[in-house]
Design a protein around this ligand. Sequence first.
Ligand SMILES: [Zn+2]
Ligand SMILES: [Zn+2]
Length: 67
Amino acid sequence: MSSGCRDCGTCTKPGLARMIQTWAVGFMHLCTAGISWVVKRGTMRHCPQCKHLLGGHQRRVDGSFVD
Ligand SMILES: [Zn+2]
Ligand SMILES: [Zn+2]
């Protein structure tokens, strides 16, 4: 399976830190009964490849790399 962008701040994190973040985000969504998930989904841009926030990527909104 392909996962991770080399320019993604979350994907380039060490496995454990990533696991903790994924767990923390999931817990947050659970606490808000999915409301935070909907808000995040509807208002923020996500990477089509790894589904992380595009804000954490070193690339432009159109998907092209900055470098
Ligand atoms: Zn990512
Ligand atoms: Zn990505």
